[in-house]
Design a protein around this ligand. Structure first.
Ligand SMILES: [Zn+2]
Length: 163
């Protein structure tokens, strides 16, 4: 393979001039160079594949996941403190549950999808072939936001009415 120095087009070894821009072509690529280029191309393709993968964990998901984990940790500490006084631990437990679920939704979508497939199995029978669609993707994002908001509300309420 020869690569045009002017426009970057891929040309057959037999060509003297670029098929796209007629620029004069140099030497053909060595096997190593060709391999390197192929690897780079493959990497780009993989990345594109990930971004259209409905179970892909986006940077936004990661941020929400980290927030949820921090929220869950705060709730866990409060939960233990509340257990000692035996008051209000039910609320903090709810917060812990919300943040925990949000973290799983955000960071391990594969697990949520597996659960969803079990649920679908009751509805449509053959759910193994089912692919997560837009509905799954959007409802997952909405669920994460709702759980985090709920968790934060529980935390705020609990800290405001600290007795
Ligand atoms: Zn060219």
């Amino acid at each position: 393979m020869k690569i045009c120095g002017k426009c970057g087009a891929h040309n057959d070894n037999s060509r003297q001039f670029c098929i796209d821009c007629s620029h004069r072509l140099g030497d053909k690529l060595t096997p190593e160079e060709e391999q390197k280029m192929h690897a780079r191309f493959q990497k780009k393709l993989d990345k594109m594949g990930h971004q259209t993968d409905p179970l892909y964990v986006s940077p936004w998901d990661k941020v929400m996941g980290v927030i949820s984990i921090i929220g869950a940790l705060v709730c866990a500490v409060l939960f233990v403190m509340r257990l000692m006084t035996w008051r209000g631990f039910y609320d903090v437990g709810m917060g812990l549950l919300c943040f925990g679920l949000a973290a799983i939704e955000a960071l391990v979508p594969r697990m949520i999808w597996a659960l969803e497939q079990i649920r679908l199995g009751f509805l449509i029978g053959n759910a193994d072939d089912a692919k997560p669609g837009d509905f799954f993707r959007i409802s997952r994002k909405v669920t994460i936001v709702l759980l985090v908001v709920l968790g934060v509300l529980v935390l705020v309420k609990n800290l405001m009415y600290w007795r």
